[in-house]
Design a binder for this molecule. Structure first.
Ligand SMILES: Cc1cc2nc3c(=O)[nH]c(=O)nc-3n(C[C@H](O)[C@H](O)[C@H](O)COP(=O)(O)O)c2cc1C
Length: 139
């Protein structure tokens, strides 16, 4: 029988040092989408929490979100141009410093991205349909 501390070899050859995965959990630690020292401290402190850590819900577009339930746009991490890369590189290093595999959850909030309209931008969606509960423009 497998044990939680047994290694896992993925099909493409990567080896996870145990069978524990930390699921993505928002830290709200970003600054206008950029990784901050708070982000690095949080993930750095979890570099031994699992064989694989999935870093949180990260936007792939400027008009991507955050989702309707969100209070503001500043703290969600983003990665939609090269300016985000240095912070993300540090985040990956913090997660991997003790041998973890690091994964990043990439998301686009689509029609739920109401904060875009609050900021004078337009929420981007795959198809413009009528959603009765959405009271802001969709593109
Ligand atoms: C504080 C917090 C933040 C979370 N952030 C994310 C997230 O960024 N992306 C995601 O897919 N799930 C997120 N989740 C869901 C967790 O990844 C996980 O799937 C869930 O908490 C596990 O299921 P359970 O809470 O029903 O046990 C979050 C959960 C919590 C408690």
């Amino acid at each position: 029988m497998k044990s939680l501390v047994d290694q896992v070899k993925l099909r493409h050859g990567a080896v996870l040092k145990n069978r524990i995965v930390q699921s993505p959990m928002l830290t709200n630690s970003g600054d206008r989408g950029y990784v901050t020292q708070d982000t690095l401290d949080y993930y750095g402190a979890r570099s031994q929490s699992a064989g694989m850590v999935i870093a949180e819900y990260t936007s792939v577009s400027k008009n991507r979100g955050p989702s309707r339930s969100w209070a503001d746009d500043r703290t969600q991490l983003a990665l939609f141009d090269d300016s985000f890369k240095p912070g993300m590189t540090k985040l990956a290093s913090a997660l991997k410093k003790d041998g973890n595999k690091a994964i990043l959850q990439l998301v686009h909030s689509g029609r739920e991205a109401n904060y875009a309209s609050k900021m004078g931008r337009t929420a981007e969606v795959p198809s413009k349909m009528d959603f009765p509960w959405i009271n802001y423009p969709l593109h």
